[in-house]
Design a protein around this ligand. Sequence first.
Ligand code: NAG
Ligand code: NAG
Ligand code: NAG
Ligand code: NAG
Ligand code: NAG
Ligand code: NAG
Ligand code: NAG
Ligand code: NAG
Ligand code: NAG
Ligand code: NAG
Ligand code: NAG
Ligand code: NAG
Length: 841
Amino acid sequence: MPGFFFFLFCFLALHITISFSSDTLTPTQTLLTNQTLVSPTQVFALGFFSRTNSSWYLGIWYHNISNGPVVWVANRDNPLHNSTGFLTIGENKNMILTTPSGEPVWSSNVTKANNPILQLLDTGNLVLREANVTDPANYLWQSFDYPTDTLLPGMKMGWNLDTGVEKHLTSWKVEGKDPSSGDYSFKIDPRGIPEIFLMNENDRIYRSGPWNGERFSGVPEMQPDTDSIMFDFSYDNHGVHYSFSIGNRSILSRLIVTSGGVLKRRTWVPSSNTWTTFWYAPKDQCDNFKACGSNGLCDSNASPVCTCMRGFSPKNQQAWSLRDGSEGCVRNTNLDCGTDKFLHLEDVKLPETSSVFANRSMNLEECKDLCRRNCSCTAYANIEVTNGGTGCVTWSAELIDMRKYPSGGQDLFVRLAASDADDTGSAGGSHKTNHIGEIAGITASAAVVIVGLVMIFWKKRKVLSISNLKTTPRGSFQRSRELLTSDGVFSTNRENSGERNMDDIELPMFDFNTLTMATNNFSEENKLGQGGFGIVYRGRLMEGRDIAVKRLSKNSVQGVEEFKNEVKLIVRLQHRNLVRLFGCCVEMDEKLLVYEHMENRSLYSILFDKAKKHMLDWNRRFSIICGIARGILYLHHDSRLRIIHRDLKASNILLDSEMNPKISDFGMARLFGANQTEGNTLRVVGTYGYMSPEYAMDGTFSVKSDVFSFGVLALEIITGKKNRGFYYSNDDMNLLGNAWRQWRDGSALELVDSSLGNSYSPAEVLRCIHVGLLCVQERAEDRPTMSSVMLMLSSESALMPQPRNPGFSVGKNPAETDSCSSKQDESWSVNQVTVTLLDAR
Ligand SMILES: *[C@@H]1O[C@H](CO)[C@@H](O)[C@H](O)[C@H]1NC(C)=O
Ligand SMILES: *[C@@H]1O[C@H](CO)[C@@H](O)[C@H](O)[C@H]1NC(C)=O
Ligand SMILES: *[C@@H]1O[C@H](CO)[C@@H](O)[C@H](O)[C@H]1NC(C)=O
Ligand SMILES: *[C@@H]1O[C@H](CO)[C@@H](O)[C@H](O)[C@H]1NC(C)=O
Ligand SMILES: *[C@@H]1O[C@H](CO)[C@@H](O)[C@H](O)[C@H]1NC(C)=O
Ligand SMILES: *[C@@H]1O[C@H](CO)[C@@H](O)[C@H](O)[C@H]1NC(C)=O
Ligand SMILES: *[C@@H]1O[C@H](CO)[C@@H](O)[C@H](O)[C@H]1NC(C)=O
Ligand SMILES: *[C@@H]1O[C@H](CO)[C@@H](O)[C@H](O)[C@H]1NC(C)=O
Ligand SMILES: *[C@@H]1O[C@H](CO)[C@@H](O)[C@H](O)[C@H]1NC(C)=O
Ligand SMILES: *[C@@H]1O[C@H](CO)[C@@H](O)[C@H](O)[C@H]1NC(C)=O
Ligand SMILES: *[C@@H]1O[C@H](CO)[C@@H](O)[C@H](O)[C@H]1NC(C)=O
Ligand SMILES: *[C@@H]1O[C@H](CO)[C@@H](O)[C@H](O)[C@H]1NC(C)=O
């Protein structure tokens, strides 16, 4: 130890240490573990960080954002083990990181330098340069040449083909915790027409598709003008590079590879103080590399997703029928070089291009000619879509990893034996007419059934469930009937739902003093909880009535009159599964809402509490699920306002003295000034774990976003486990991924909360899991409406479609295997009809 201090003394004596607020480090200075370099306008900082107290790293992070993510790490695979480290420009004029004992841990390896300085730029680039040289081309060393898991604007990844130097992104081992090199990387393959691959070690798991002049062939949603992002993919004989830039410097955006193997573009949204994911991949099953094998075409809008192109058939019919398309398709008829024709496919992601022939100056006609003349050519296409299509690419091997998009893909021409091509026009066309035929058929038969059902329905409300019954245990039947007849489900007139006409009734206003007294001066002891919109206090009015008072945070954007008008509307919403709003208080700059008080607090406080969860037996849980569904249905369909809740979660489900669920916090979006039923919002108000993919990613919300949250809630209630949200690679952490896997494995009952023991009805549990999974499907269109949900929950025999993969567990799904029996398949259309009937109301 004395030796250590002596050394430290010498070290400090040799180097003048200063308190850095500066962006540069000169050869006479040392950066200590507790110091940082900050870029000129304070966007980025360079310094030491640790996530474990035992491993220390030198890194760069966003300076102005608290806990700003680390975007670069110097010594990611060789951490310092002491909290003491020194960064200097060493005697050999090199940037060097040493331990207290002077051992080098990391170095920039520059050899020739005269008077170098180290500087952190506002781009996040750490550069070592001669003090009198500022031209980026002459930097001695720069961190942008050694990416970790993050691509920043202006940073290039790719190949210098002259020197063979390659730059790619590699994930952290554990996101946010362990920066050492993880399993996933994002790398350009420079062969053929260059493409970028997401790799799990050496396995390709996702492919961008070749650059088509505007975007990647496999990323049709990539739009150059959003958020003034410009994408640049450049290639010539000397190199292949990918980078992006942002026109507006105050927008912070980065592309990362997460340790769970997901590629994300995240942008800082200052108004909500969060990083929002604006784009991610892989997104769906069809993004999985070779999801449908060779010559297979993946279409995530189709079911099953894999199809063979015209003229091809599944290689392994049995696996194919089980929805495993990975073995791909084979030709029906062998090619005959002379008479072959070409099949025109529209809006596809071009097949993998590592071994193609490419000529950028040929046009499509020349390309067709070239392909026709060479018998080993299997397909051709334009390389770029700009200027009406330019360049020529031809494939001579199997076509792999193709997918079809609704729009935005490219044209591909596939060689077919004349006899296979001659059936009818193009594959796309016949595909469409087939679908139209099917739809017409279904609609016609549906109409007949609907008319029939409506007649029955008129005569006797309960008949719908009775007519569907086959074998039903007595008890559950009783319950189903209650569910069906309870308010909100089949009520077509509003009187049944308890909504009163109070146009002429004054809005109940409370005065601030009353509420102050009731809540004991808004004391800590009276605090019930804190939500996104303010703190909630329990209170008791003079006459003895218990209330809950929500004191809204002061950044509410609405004016007093609008606020009162909205409260007036919301006060009128009354349903036994909604927490009642009694009135409000607006005084000075205070806005408060007064609600009925709930004895048993929230579902969250009981369901996730080991000591209390046993109070919720299966019958209670089932009735809570159904109650929540009824409440949402009322908000979506039956109330006058058509409210989308946007923040459904266990802590917003309150329980009364009999454990009846009541939804709280509805109408908040209206109170805060956004009253559309479907739309786009900058401020994402929801809670991670409950947010639907489309809402979290793009801020678009609709009733289907609430359906997603309901699905998460239902699964939480069944399993007693919290859904922790995004992309946990560990399945046990990801409730949706886990539920989906067990469901497919046929072991869904293992999901049931162990505190329930065996006292539950397996059929009911399975039905609830099934409904839950339907609600959390990735694509909003696939999710049922709340009226269908009610029907499925209440009828033992409601036939339900098979769920597809859930949102936020994508990327790790093996091909969708489907255990549904043929019996269910046949009844699919019948189910569609009942669903249609309810939706049409
Ligand atoms: C940083 O560490 C050095 C030595 O380890 C110490 O002398 C100095 O006071 C520290 N500075 C701050 C701001 O903590
Ligand atoms: C960072 O914060 C500092 C001080 O709070 C401020 O002066 C500066 O403008 C901020 N920079 C950016 C890029 O937001
Ligand atoms: C690191 O040390 C601090 C202070 O001793 C402690 O509060 C913190 O929990 C530790 N962090 C980890 C990850 O061990
Ligand atoms: C510092 O690191 C050295 C090895 O680099 C080790 O021997 C020593 O025990 C460490 N000291 C502390 C206080 O952790
Ligand atoms: C410096 O050279 C060493 C030994 O060749 C190597 O292990 C290390 O990765 C290099 N550092 C950088 C930053 O390139
Ligand atoms: C920088 O300074 C060195 C001497 O220290 C000199 O040889 C060199 O020409 C200068 N370069 C420029 C661009 O001024
Ligand atoms: C840049 O972005 C900021 C924040 O989003 C915005 O306030 C500003 O108007 C933008 N500037 C330009 C020139 O678009
Ligand atoms: C590409 O095509 C053009 C026009 O047909 C031709 O002149 C040129 O030689 C071709 N280049 C290569 C490398 O094949
Ligand atoms: C036909 O295409 C294959 C593969 O692209 C190529 O190797 C071969 O040279 C071509 N043959 C002719 C005659 O161009
Ligand atoms: C409430 O606050 C007021 C003024 O801040 C104070 O006079 C009064 O004693 C407080 N009452 C209680 C019950 O704490
Ligand atoms: C629920 O409320 C009732 C009535 O107030 C009470 O008896 C019961 O203990 C409460 N249960 C819990 C878990 O708080
Ligand atoms: C809500 O919508 C109505 C019309 O649909 C409009 O008049 C009103 O201004 C909107 N309120 C807010 C706060 O956006």
